[in-house]
Design a protein around this ligand. Structure first.
Ligand SMILES: [Zn+2]
Length: 367
């Protein structure tokens, strides 16, 4: 709180700090409502057309010892998840500095969150989503940073893992997956290791309630976790040290993760809104036809039609189109690629991609 207030001051008070008090009930609260608090720092979007779209970065400040129900044992929580809170605060600092003209270049709103109750059943993340809905925000993207403080993979490439779920409609193209692809494209393949999975097995995080609501939400986590140093009461047993202490953190790594988050947020919040009603027609004809809608935006240069082989993880640009409507992809079969469209700003920033949906699936022919 104190750190956010300090950052707000150096932002010429553009950054608004909010304490969101709420009550939550979960199996781990023994069915009783428990008072909790989330902290949000909000940087309002400079463009009124996009100010109700919000890009969120979040870490959780609660922590736990070996027994999640033991409130007495020491639970330093340096990696899980003071590291994620540090990333969120650092993004607030990096992105709230007044630009040369005294204004930020982001068009959409940015929200830097530190939430509670993660270890008790994602209570703070669930509340954050509810709060955003109540305030009438559209979630443009949610970046959850949880366990981003250490880099203990000795021979690894030191890339932060970026988890995104498959979604339930099409097994390759959920909004979360599109957000992951956008972040990887912005930060580069040497920075980001995309993992096409909602989370690690048997684990969860605050991106999950957003993902389940069909919103673009991803999780950043360090390359390889050391389970002696998370969810452990500090102690030494048989010469092995346990505990989530500060001394196991790698601050150069955390600051890189903060930069990757901040750069992704900066570019996404500068971009035009993604297109909507992105549709694919032309099945059983020689040409695929891609059509989409988009609101007026004088800062938009146009749209990129993307495609990829059905076996490929990443999009490539197929063509540019200046306006919404229909584009005919001459001689391109509907059946051999996936297709998507994204908006491109005059400033070069790109929205996340929106995959095509097939307008009406033709009945299979009998021969
Ligand atoms: Zn955590």
């Amino acid at each position: 709180m104190a750190r956010l207030r300090q950052i707000a001051k150096s932002s010429n008070e553009k950054l608004q700090v909010v304490v969101d008090k709420f009550e939550a009930t979960a199996p781990r609260t023994a069915g009783k409502p428990v008072p909790l608090e989330n902290v949000y720092a909000i940087l309002p979007g400079a463009d009124e057309r996009l100010a109700k779209t919000v890009f969120v970065v979040s870490g959780h400040f609660d922590s736990r010892p070996s027994d999640a129900m033991d409130p007495q044992a020491d639970a330093p929580g340096a990696d899980d998840d003071a590291s994620g809170v540090a990333v969120s605060l650092e993004c607030a600092r990096l992105l709230s500095q007044p630009g040369p003209d005294g204004r930020g270049s982001h068009r959409a709103t940015l929200l830097f969150a530190a939430v509670s109750g993660e270890e008790q059943g994602l209570l703070g993340g669930t509340r954050l989503l509810e709060w955003l809905k109540q305030k009438g925000y559209t979630v443009g993207g949610m970046l959850d940073d949880d366990i981003v403080g250490a880099d203990s993979e000795p021979s690894g490439l030191h890339r932060v893992r970026l988890f995104s779920g498959n979604g339930e409609i099409d097994d390759a193209d959920s909004p979360s997956r599109e957000l992951a692809r956008a972040i990887e494209e912005i930060d580069g393949t040497t920075a980001i290791r995309m993992i096409f999975r909602t989370d690690r097995y048997g684990r969860g995080g605050d991106h999950y309630p957003f993902y389940k609501a069909g919103l673009p939400a991803v999780r950043f986590t360090e390359p390889l976790e050391n389970y002696d140093h998370q969810h452990q009461t500090p102690r030494t047993e048989n010469g092995v040290e346990y505990g989530d202490g500060l001394k196991y953190l790698n601050f150069a790594f955390i600051s890189n993760v903060a930069m990757y988050n901040a750069e992704a947020l900066r570019q996404l919040a500068m971009a035009p809104a993604p297109p909507n009603k992105v549709t694919l027609t032309g099945a059983v004809t020689p040409d695929a036809k891609v059509s989409w809608l988009a609101g007026d935006d004088r800062d938009r240069a146009g749209f990129e039609i993307l495609w990829r082989e059905t076996t490929e993880p990443r999009w490539e640009v197929y063509a540019f189109a200046a306006s919404p409507g229909e584009t005919v992809l001459k001689g391109v079969s509907t059946d051999n690629h996936f297709f998507a469209v994204r908006s491109v700003g005059k400033n070069g920033a790109r929205s996340i991609a929106v995959p095509t949906e097939i307008a009406s699936r033709p009945a299979p022919a009998t021969k």
